[in-house]
Design a binder for this molecule. Structure first.
Ligand code: 0WD
Length: 256
């Protein structure tokens, strides 16, 4: 039985209905899970609550959590522990880089831009995993979102590619540390999807067009498809899988 009835999952990074995190939230909801949403600041509070309202029968909880603030992360999970006790997993769908660092040449990346991208997009997984894992007293799963630009050079992805390489490695080291506590840590490498974050990437339309022309499935992928793979990684269906990167990208990554 791979229903998520009676299980609770934290979803971080719903900004709007196009967010990958929202696709994950819907898949988990359909599988019967109870959801906890975190958002970066009060600007996102009402939009996230309005979206969650649309999930029939969902009794969601909401917490503000800026992942650049250690104290806020530990307070958030302390509150979650107080309010629900045990959680069964976490979806980390958070990244950020300055727009000027997502065009032109990587060699021009500033120190501040480099550190900012790594802080929000990579270290945030480490600090949230540390705070969340102790709440997974029945075992659990952590899933993060990565991109092909961390494995190889993708035009304009620049500092975010380097941050994703760091995220991928962090995911593996976390999988090794947390496995003994029954916590699995995996990543989904999603193909390009038009979201708020994707708006920042230079010439994103031509990236989407290339996927439609060349990917084995000859199409781009959807938030729902990422959501269903996240459901797999967060459920017992994947109980033997940890430290893995699953490409949900219409097969694009196999092309040379
Ligand atoms: O093509 C794409 N869209 C792909 C995205 C392809 C492959 C991977 N990804 C990744 C992104 O790099 C990111 O890690 O998926 C993840 C989710 O991105 P998204 O769905 O494309 O973008 P968006 O809808 O803009 O969500 C990004 C979230 C926002 O949500 P909240 O509700 O938290 O504001 O990241 C959040 C951002 O605000 N975020 C932060 N959250 C907490 N603390 C912070 C922060 N300091 N900064 C940004």
């Amino acid at each position: 039985n791979f229903s998520l009835e009676g299980r609770t999952y934290v979803v971080m990074g719903v900004a709007n209905k196009r967010s990958i995190a929202w696709g994950i939230a819907r898949s988990l909801h359909e599988a019967g899970a109870r959801l906890i949403f975190t958002y970066a600041n009060d600007r996102f509070e009402q939009p996230v609550k309005d979206l969650a309202e649309t999930l029939e029968g969902q009794n969601a909880l909401f917490y503000e959590c800026d992942v650049t603030n250690d104290q806020e992360v530990s307070n958030t999970f302390a509150k979650i522990k107080q309010d629900v006790g045990t959680i069964h997993g976490l979806a980390h769908c958070i990244a950020f880089a300055n727009k000027e660092d997502l065009q032109g040449e990587f060699v021009d990346t500033s120190r501040d831009g480099f550190l900012l991208a790594h802080n929000i997009s990579s270290y945030s997984l480490v600090v949230t995993a540390k705070a969340a894992a102790p709440l997974m007293t029945e075992g659990g799963g952590i899933v993060t979102l990565t991109y092909l630009g961390g494995e190889r050079v993708v035009k304009n992805y620049n500092v975010m590619g380097v941050a994703k390489a760091s995220l991928d490695a962090s995911m593996k080291y976390l999988a090794n540390d947390l496995g003994k506590h029954g916590v699995r840590v995996n990543a989904i490498s999603a193909g390009p999807i038009r979201t708020l974050s994707a708006k920042g990437i230079g010439d994103f339309n031509s990236v989407l067009k290339k996927i439609e022309e060349e990917a084995p499935l000859r199409r781009t992928i959807t938030q729902e498809e990422v959501g269903d793979s996240a459901y797999y990684l967060l459920s017992d269906l994947s109980r033997g899988v940890t430290g893995e990167i699953i490409h949900v990208d219409a097969g694009y990554n196999i092309l040379g």
